[in-house]
Design a protein around this ligand. Structure first.
Ligand code: RFL
Ligand code: PHB
Length: 388
């Protein structure tokens, strides 16, 4: 088998890269170790920045997004007794969209299987070879158990945090930074109409809570919990009681409903540099992880592959290396901005039990709710800074 770009991993980064390359006449093959059903069922991010929506729309993937997605003009920041609305268009001229990563992935897979480049599910034993040469290759076992070799010009490592690509880059030298936070999120999906028109980020002495949604009839809610908590110890009643307490506001009530999914997610920041070794390029969670408080993970993956697609088109069709040479530094500038913003939102909203920390957090929240400059800084970062 031969292709121009071998793409490892069919998450949003790999699938969108394949699509962007195809639109520019560059061919690729996507290799995914899980099944289509598994990939389409994973519940993850829910907020798309304006640039993500624009990128998907320009790539011909905006039809269902614009029909079923919900444009949000802001968020609420809450601390006991106060719920304050940040108006994004007024503060920075941009909005965000609520449209689940699951739906983005389904749209991308459908487009790929409908006449797009090859996408192979359930491959195993993926190994990357000769990445320092101009003709690397990928060895793998296909879904029928047959050993295959995929020769290519470039490999894109879009195989997420636990993939095989990042270790290959790091083996040639590099650096990683990591911060593990002393809290986790307990997330639920519920058949309940959201009791809010926009997301609520709530500070509470018992811990952070986030009110999000997937549709007019499905809510997505999160509670800060200790990372050692076991999901079996959280009955639905206990979860709803905690949510009701942390979001409490006079004259307002949460909407409860059947819980259809619940899990506990660890939170960490992680950055791996460089994002390139020879003809192997990393993008998305393969190179970096952010805690979800800033809603940045999926959007960063889209920003990476937007830059990478431009760079690879220039390399493979114009034989110019300037953009691939600049890729890692350009991508990392945005990665660090989003890493900072995600850390900032996480640090401002999660309680540690320390009263001094709590007073600083409340002071910061009051500042954002009373200063247009402080609110604008949050709005610009939340809605996404320009890619480039
Ligand atoms: P993905 O989505 O992890 O996709 C990587 C793909 O590579 C496959 N893979 C391999 N394929 C072939 N060979 C191998 N050896 C392979 N190893 C792995 C995997 O099966 C997978 O299909 O990475 P990508 O494309 O970079 O996309 C990044 C986003 O998925 C991620 O940043 C966000 O979902 C992060 N994230 C969240 N972000 C938010 O902004 N808000 C959220 O609420 C939110 N919740 C989450 C999340 C990430 C989670 N993970 C990774 C555990 C909740 C969870 C549970
Ligand atoms: C979500 O809807 O899953 C979501 C929204 C905003 C965040 C994190 C997760 O900051």
């Amino acid at each position: 088998m031969r292709t121009q770009v071998a793409i490892i991993g069919a998450g949003p980064a790999g699938l969108l890269l394949s699509r962007l390359l195809a639109l520019q006449g560059v061919d690729s093959v996507v290799l995914e170790n899980r099944s289509r059903e598994y990939v389409e069922a994973r519940i993850r991010a829910g907020i798309l920045e304006q640039h993500t929506v624009d990128t998907l729309t320009d790539a011909g993937l905006g039809e269902r997004l614009h029909r079923e997605g919900m444009e949000h003009r802001g968020i609420y920041l809450q601390h006991p007794g106060t719920r304050y609305q940040l108006d994004f268009p007024e503060l920075c001229g941009r909005t965000v969209w609520v449209y689940g990563q699951t739906e983005v992935t389904k749209d991308l897979i459908r487009a790929q299987l409908d006449g797009g480049p090859p996408l192979l599910f359930e491959v195993s034993d993926v190994t990357l070879e000769e990445v320092d040469s101009d003709s690397p290759c990928v060895r793998f076992t296909d879904a029928d158990g047959v050993a295959q070799v995929l020769d290519c010009d470039v490999i894109a490592g879009t195989d997420g945090f636990h993939g095989v690509s990042r270790p290959v880059v790091q083996a040639a030298g590099g650096h990683t930074w990591e911060r593990t936070y002393p809290y986790a999120w307990l997330g639920i999906l519920a058949d309940a109409a959201p009791a809010t028109d926009e997301l609520i980020y709530a500070w509470h002495p018992e811990g952070f809570a986030l009110y999000s949604m997937r549709s007019p009839s499905v809510s997505r809610l999160y509670l800060q919990v200790d990372p050692t908590e076991k999901i079996e110890d959280w009955s639905d009643d206990r979860i709803w009681e905690n949510l009701a307490r942390r979001f409490a506001l006079d004259g307002w009530d949460i909407n409860t409903g059947t819980v259809t999914e619940k899990s506990i997610l660890p939170m960490r920041s992680f950055v791996s540099t460089p994002m390139r070794r020879g003809r192997l390029f990393l993008a998305g969670d393969a190179a970096h992880i952010v805690p979800p408080t800033g809603a940045k993970g999926l959007n960063l993956a889209v920003a990476d592959v937007t830059l990478l697609a431009q760079a690879l088109v220039r390399l493979l069709t114009e034989k110019q290396t300037d953009l691939v040479d600049a890729y890692s530094d350009r991508a990392l500038a945005r990665v660090w901005r989003c890493t900072h913003f995600s850390w900032f939102m996480t640090s401002m909203l999660h309680t540690s039990g320390d009263d001094f920390d709590a007073q600083l957090q409340l002071s910061q929240l009051r500042r954002i709710c009373s200063s247009e400059a402080a609110a604008r800084e949050l709005a610009e970062n939340y809605t996404g800074l320009p890619v480039g």
